[in-house]
Ligand binder design. Structure first.
Ligand code: SF4
Ligand code: F3S
Ligand code: ZN
Length: 103
C-alpha cells in the first residue's frame, strides 16, 4: 500500500501537470508518487480504473507510462484541487495505491 507518510519519507523530485512528483524516480521502471492532497503511487497502480469511474468530481486522468512493470497507464490526480474528500477512490483501489489527506 501507499506510504501515508510519503511527504516525510520521500523528496519532491519533479512536477507534472501542476502537481508534485515524489521520488525516487527512475523511468520507466520507477515512477514515484504523483500528487499531494490526492496522492497516487504509480509504482503500485495496476490501471484498474475504479478511481476514475467512481470519483464524483473527476480528479483523475489516464497518463501513459510505457515500460512500467505493473501497468502501461496510471491514474494521474490531475485535478487534485477539486477533491471533496469523499474517500471513494481510497476505498475502491484494489492495490491501495491512493492516499487522500482529508486533514
Ligand atoms: Fe475523488 Fe473522492 Fe478520491 Fe477526492 S476522495 S479524489 S473526490 S474519489
Ligand atoms: Fe490505479 Fe487503483 Fe485507480 S490501481 S487506476 S489507482 S483504482
Ligand atoms: Zn502526474
Amino acid at each position: 500500500a501507499i506510504d501515508p507518510q510519503f511527504h516525510e519519507n520521500r523528496e519532491q523530485v519533479d512536477e507534472h501537470e501542476g502537481h508534485v512528483v515524489w521520488g525516487p524516480v527512475d523511468e520507466p521502471e520507477e515512477l514515484g508518487i504523483h500528487g499531494t492532497h490526492v496522492a497516487v503511487d504509480f509504482d503500485l497502480c495496476i490501471a484498474d480504473g475504479a478511481c476514475l469511474e467512481d470519483c464524483p468530481v473527476d480528479v483523475f486522468e489516464w497518463v501513459e507510462t510505457p515500460g512500467h512493470p505493473e501497468s502501461e497507464e496510471k491514474a494521474d490526480p490531475t485535478h487534485e484541487a477539486q477533491c471533496i474528500d469523499c474517500m471513494l477512490c481510497v476505498d475502491v483501489c484494489p492495490v491501495d495505491a491512493i492516499d487522500v489527506d482529508a486533514g
